[in-house]
Design a protein around this ligand. Structure first.
Ligand code: ADP
Ligand code: MG
Length: 260
């Protein structure tokens, strides 16, 4: 059975999509069969893997709102073996409104993804920067959450609200939801501020913080424009190597049985 990991933080620009793409690609490079689910109407994970969102006709939206089967809309990564994608497109914006009157509206994504759990070792969900219904669906579908926190001013801002939302989902919708870890991103060793944030987050959250820290690295910000993960753009770059370390850290923490 695969493990579903949501990458979530309602703050924008903290590294969710960068983490989702590069974690998924690194798990695939370690030969875990991996599915990346783009659950953000911005579709940055979709374009980051080399697909043009304007040409996407079926997305996670159709699975949640129109009962299209998730397995019918899976795309294979053109560049990485073991990596598949469920794309997004801008219509996902409308899904929240369309789902308002549906029964079990928080569980649409869980139903869609549960049908795929047997086929994958890991399913990584890139969440949108909100705590709306799509993100609630993502957290309800997930076994665990990775929370990226940027090594910047106001790093901890909004984190209390996110943890509270996770608690509510644990109590009402998904009692098994675990926190996989807090991931420090865009770390700059030369900046005192970066080091202060690391200290502060580790003091607050202790063993919840991943050992792996993601550095600020230009290869990570460049690679989406080529439609590839950093490990194909520059496999030796600090950015690519740090996400490979994160993938190892996650895989070692829970021994996963490889999908056939
Ligand atoms: P989110 O999905 O949380 O909005 P993104 O992953 O899109 O955040 O990152 C926001 C911006 O920061 C993007 O332009 C991305 O390329 C850049 N970025 C993210 N992580 C890094 C990093 N470790 N080093 C350099 N740039 C990064
Ligand atoms: Mg994003």
């Amino acid at each position: 059975m695969g493990k579903i990991i949501a990458v979530a933080n309602q703050k924008g620009g903290v590294g969710k999509t960068t983490t989702a793409i590069n974690l998924a690609a690194s798990l695939a490079a370690l030969e875990y069969k991996t599915l990346l689910v783009d659950a953000d109407p911005q579709a940055n994970a979709t374009s980051g893997l080399g697909f043009d969102p304007a040409t996407i006709t079926s997305s996670i939206y159709e699975c949640m709102v129109e009962d299209v089967k998730a397995e019918d809309i899976i795309l294979q990564s053109p560049s990485i073996e073991f990596l598949d994608l469920i794309p997004s497109h801008i219509d996902l914006v409308g899904a929240e409104v369309e789902m308002i009157n549906m029964d079990n509206r928080e569980e649409k994504m869980r139903v869609a993804l549960n049908a795929l759990k047997q086929q994958y070792d890991y399913i990584i969900i890139d969440c949108s920067p909100s705590l709306g219904l799509i993100t609630v669906n993502s957290l309800t579908a997930a076994d665990s959450v990775v929370i990226p926190v940027q090594c910047e001013y106001f790093a901890l801002e909004g984190l209390g609200k996110l943890l509270n939302t996770i608690k509510i989902i644990q109590s009402r919708l998904n009692t098994e939801l675990a926190i996989e870890g807090i991931l420090l991103t865009m770390y700059d060793v030369r900046l005192r501020l970066s080091n202060q944030v690391v200290e502060e987050v580790k003091t607050h959250f202790q063993q919840m913080v991943f050992d792996t820290i993601i550095p600020r690295n230009v290869k990570l910000s460049e690679s989406p424009s080529f439609g590839i993960p950093a490990l194909l753009h520059d496999a030796e770059s600090k950015g690519a190597l740090s996400y490979l370390n994160l993938a190892r850290e996650i895989a070692e923490k829970n021994s996963v049985v490889l999908a056939k």
